[in-house]
Design a protein around this ligand. Structure first.
Ligand code: HSE
Length: 303
């Protein structure tokens, strides 16, 4: 059997929506799985601009995720050849580990005859990743709000195709999510919590009413960005440069180091130039992606 899964990059938090807001982006990793029932073996090949550095042994995250799903439903492990086509820069705050988890789960589920529902896959992805804000948009597409409930995470899709451009400015430094979470204080003040709750409300209104001007104030944050600034030289000036150049709003993408600006399409190149300049002043090489919001999330094909 052959299964091909394409999973979008994602940008989590959108400023104040720590661990709950996210959006899918039009940049993709593709996972191709070929299985045979016979001899039990594993081969992993990587292609694409970010193939280097992806592990090709049993510690590979796509493979570990597939095994996790198969074990959970007692599915007999087949022989597997995995081909991973990697276009999303890893460890940069663009959800590359979520593509491995969501892609691995969808592929393993398809091989096993689609026994698990989308909701079960979401719960499993959330448990494996530890927070839902990247896995939810990777799975469903659009702009998502993920709500922790007593019955697991519940995801709402706020918008599928908002009319805006996403400029992702990716510094050539690696920031591991664990490290960027470790710098956060375990407690927050009531004042800062209220600030973020209110600002998430503005973001929700911005997407539901297509009043993207609200993102300017809405994407401000008090819970994590300041504490992470030391890991990303030039973060504050790059966000200010994006707003100055006409972005609706700008923020750290996930736990960084990527910065994301949401803007009208016509302003995109000015904004990209302003952000690039702020970061290169701090001696960081950057790569700029001008993207759309991906409307549909991960897609699966049986070629
Ligand atoms: N919400 C997570 C964090 C996203 O900010 O740590 C990690 O990509």
């Amino acid at each position: 059997m052959k299964v091909e899964v394409r999973v979008p990059a994602t940008s989590a938090n959108l400023g104040p929506g720590f661990d709950c807001l996210g959006l899918a982006l039009s940049l993709y990793n593709t996972i191709t799985v070929e299985t045979e029932a016979s001899a039990n073996s594993l081969k992993i090949k990587c292609t694409g601009p970010y193939a280097e550095g992806i592990t090709t042994d049993e510690s590979n995250l796509v493979w570990k995720t597939m095994l996790h799903l198969w074990h959970s439903i007692n599915f007999p492990i087949p022989s597997v050849t995995l081909t991973l086509d990697i276009h999303i820069p890893p460890a940069r705050g663009l959800g590359s580990s979520s593509t491995a988890i969501v892609g691995g789960l969808l592929a393993a589920n398809a091989v096993a005859g689609n026994l698990l529902t989308q909701n079960e896959l979401l719960q499993m992805a959330n448990a494996l990743e530890g927070h839902p804000d990247n896995v939810a948009p990777a799975l469903f597409g659009g702009v998502t709000l993920s709500v922790p409930t007593e019955n697991g995470v519940h995801t709402r899709i706020l918008a599928r195709s908002p009319k805006l451009t996403a400029i992702a400015v990716v510094p050539e430094i690696l920031v591991k999510t664990e490290k960027a979470r470790a710098v956060l204080k375990p407690e927050v003040s009531r004042k800062d919590a209220v600030f973020n709750i209110a600002h998430v409300g503005l973001i929700v209104e911005a997407f539901l009413t297509e009043n993207y001007e609200l993102l300017h104030e809405g994407m401000r944050d008090k819970l994590h960005q300041d504490q992470r600034a030391a890991l990303i030289p030039g973060m504050h000036t790059a966000i200010a440069a994006a707003l100055e150049a006409g972005a609706y709003g700008a923020a750290l993408s996930g736990s960084g180091p990527t910065l994301i600006a949401l803007s009208p399409a016509v302003q995109a190149s000015r904004i990209a130039a302003g952000m690039r300049q702020s970061l290169t002043k701090k001696a960081l090489d950057v790569r700029v992606y001008t993207l759309e919001v991906d409307a549909n999330g991960a897609s699966i094909a049986i070629p």
